[in-house]
Design a protein around this ligand. Structure first.
Ligand SMILES: *Cc1c(COP(=O)(O)O)cnc(C)c1O
Length: 405
């Protein structure tokens, strides 16, 4: 079965734009939290396609939804609506504060829609001066030019010429800095309710509360980027539900489709009315093939037992990581929430998160990093105990080798 159409990793260097540096092995198939490469070598997957494969690989619920829809209707464009998109939108309004949904194809596109809606609302309701977007250092919102500009990493946004204007960056978790900067000119504050790419950094409860209050005081919208935290990742369907603060606009993607490309912007009816016919759009957004799969994924992940299972699995991960740390002493802290976890390297191991990832890969375990000092794990939300134990045994071997070297 595998190896039939084997390709060499060298082909990547020959034919691909070199903006990625993928691993040498080339995955061929997956099941649950396991992946096999072209040579049938098995890997335990703690990466989950960067917080996307929330039901693992090839979950029957997703495969059935895809197969059924694949034989009915794939694509229409938004000249027509379709049943899977409407059912998914209805479901998203039931599991969140939202009353209205806009479909996109990725996290960046969902955020692009969120930012454009905020700017349009401010222009319609308050006038052109209200255009400032406040966001946070180390934040990540995607790679379109607007979203990468709002993201808080100059390395990603600079070097492409003039950027969209009136974007301010402040330190995350710094109430005083926000208080000093926010004004009636502020159109929106955009933040992740737990910074993912930026190093698995949780907001303090005081900070999220203060952001909401300051937005209210200055008539600014609060945009939560839940592309990574959403769809069960933190044990709540959306992370805001565990923070006691509700945004005005929320973006969701990654785990929304469980592996099929789909994103969405969620908001209220009051705000949504500013996106009149013609103001925004997407050819593929709300495509029936993608939304049929996402509908099945959301139906599964929103089950109370699946959400409760995320917190149970967080315990398995934390206990195993603490035990490994007692043995090897690499980490100063295990942080994050649910199955969005980061193991922060201690002073002696600064800058070596990638070394841990490579060592784990050699032992048949897939990990992620979040910056140079944080080993990140975003596995399937339904990963089994056996898969976690096998993965941790491989991490044990990897750390033994790494610390012996
Ligand atoms: C991954 C991510 C994005 C970008 O999503 P894409 O689907 O890659 O465009 C945006 N925001 C956050 C918080 C993310 O983690």
């Amino acid at each position: 079965m595998s190896g039939v159409q084997k390709v060499e990793r060298k082909l990547f260097d020959d034919v691909m734009v070199p903006c990625y540096a993928p691993m040498q092995m080339i995955p061929d198939r997956g099941k649950g939290a396991r992946i096999w490469d072209q040579d049938d070598r098995e890997y335990i997957d703690f990466a989950g396609g960067i917080a996307v494969s929330c039901l693992g690989h090839c979950h029957p619920v997703m495969v059935d939804a895809l197969k059924n829809q694949a034989e009915k209707l794939w694509h229409l464009s938004n000249v027509m609506t379709n049943a899977p998109a409407l059912r998914l939108a209805k479901k998203l309004t039931e599991v969140s504060f939202a009353e209205k949904v806009f479909f996109a194809n990725s996290g960046a596109e969902a955020n692009e829609a969120a930012l454009k809606l905020a700017r349009r609302w401010a222009a319609d309701v308050h006038g052109p001066e209200k255009s400032e977007i406040i966001a946070f250092n180390q934040g990540f919102h995607g790679r379109t030019f607007f979203t990468v500009t709002v993201g808080g990493q100059a390395a990603y946004s600079d070097g492409f010429g003039p950027k969209p204007g009136d974007v301010t960056h402040l330190p995350y978790n710094d109430i005083d800095a926000l208080k000093a900067k926010i004004s009636d000119r502020t159109c929106a504050v955009m933040m992740e309710p737990l910074q993912g790419e930026g190093g698995i950094v949780s907001p303090t409860p005081e900070f999220v509360k203060a952001v909401r209050e300051l937005c209210d005081r200055h008539n600014a919208l609060l945009i939560f980027d839940e592309v990574q935290t959403g769809n069960g990742r933190t044990g709540h369907f959306y992370a805001y539900q565990g923070l006691g603060v509700t945004p005005d606009i929320l973006s969701t993607a990654k785990s929304l489709g469980g592996g099929i490309p789909v994103g969405a912007m969620l908001t209220t009816t009051e705000l949504a009315q500013h996106m009149k016919v013609g103001t925004h759009g997407s050819t593929y957004g709300g495509n029936p093939l993608a939304t049929a799969v996402a509908e099945a994924v959301v139906g599964e992940v929103s089950k109370p037992e699946v959400l409760a299972g995320v917190l149970e699995r967080e315990k398995w991960f934390r206990e195993s990581l603490e035990a490994l740390n007692a043995k090897y002493g690499l980490f100063q802290e295990i942080r994050g929430k649910g199955l969005l976890l980061g193991a922060v390297l201690n002073d002696e191991w600064q800058g070596r998160a990638r070394d841990v990832l490579v060592a784990a890969g050699e032992e048949g375990l897939m990990l992620l990093v979040a910056g140079a000092n944080v080993v990140r794990m975003t596995p399937s939300l339904v990963i089994t105990k056996e898969e976690v134990e096998e993965g941790m045994a491989r991490l044990d071997r990897a750390l033994a080798k790494l610390t012996a070297a």
